[in-house]
Design a protein around this ligand. Sequence first.
Ligand code: PLP
Length: 407
Amino acid sequence: MASALWHGFADMGAVEKNGAFVVSRGEGAYIWDSQDNRYLDATAGLWFTNVGHGRTEIADAVAAQLSKIAHFSNFGDFVPETTQALAERLAKIAPVAGSKIFFTSGGSDSVDTAAKLARRYWHEVGQPDKNIIVGRQKAYHGMHVAGTALAGIPVNREGYGELMADAATVGWDDAKSLLELIEKVGANKIAAFFAEPIIGAGGVYLPPEGYLAEVRDICREHDILFVVDEVVTGFGRIGGEWFASTRFDLQPDMMTTAKGLTSGYVPMGAVFIAPRVAEPFYNGAWWRHGYTYGGHAGAAAAAMANLDILERENLLAESKRLEASLHTHLQPLAEHPRVSEVRSGLGAVAAVQLADPAEALPFVKTLREHGISGRAAGQGAMQISPTFVMTDDQVAEMAAGILAALG
Ligand code: PLP
């Protein structure tokens, strides 16, 4: 049936021909389609429904805020009361003490905000040649211009011409390749290095032991800003802690977040900015940057209610439980001839890598016939990133569904 909707990241000819998967409601770890069929949600939407579906408490908090004032602005000296309160609350859990919070409307905004601020910072402190932004192969940093340019998924960059001058890519798992780039172009030309603690949309690749600390130290030694993209890993998905930056003591100069901040109930993102980077802009310089809906009051109310739930229900510990549970239940799938590898063991994420990447999209449809809503990420990897309320029994149900779909 012809539809007016142009989907993101889709072969629209195929969607038009085969129809859309229309989701109508959700509760806990389950969603229902428009025919009222139930599916276990293996991906928490797009990695974001950390507290689970159907939380009326968040809906009520948003409704109360919208009735009071939906939003105003945080440009200049304006700020909605709830947005102010959220910033103070986030600063208390920031990986670097004294961090400032810059609100955005989502992850891509957060990444481009950090990329712009990295360059702007060096101009402000008298090093205007430090412009190169370095990312890693396989990395995904959203779909705005800077994020697309600095990410490591070449196919997403094709067909636009040059998106951003001075973007560079190094190996995803090899700190030496960052050092080699520094030796080649000079640290005095490099503004920042961006890293996802776990490569997410690029296929769920866990960092090699010690890698994150190593690149942190390389950035420190060469005076390159270290930007940790925690759009996926933040707000508990890393397991047991608010952020990978706290779990691995990464001390980021900037940390980009979105998704789990509101569990996706309302779009919102935030960049955590360490005192060093904020300093010039609190002492004379000012930054001509901001988004109309950055720090939207309704989104801030959703974030406050979401953080209340994460704390009250001890969901960071539940995410750590899932780290072990996913590993236990999914690793046996690696024995299946259609599976080349299962990546798991860090955070509430995993990937079931199909041996033939071309099978991934049809496999998503087969999975649905077995009551699982899944998603292909990277080259033929099945993304697993459940809500933190998924029980161990439901993880077992998910693994059994995947096995049945593999045939
Ligand atoms: N950064 C990372 C690591 C992400 O995984 C994503 C989205 O998946 C983004 C940035 C972009 O976020 P958004 O889609 O909210 O713009």
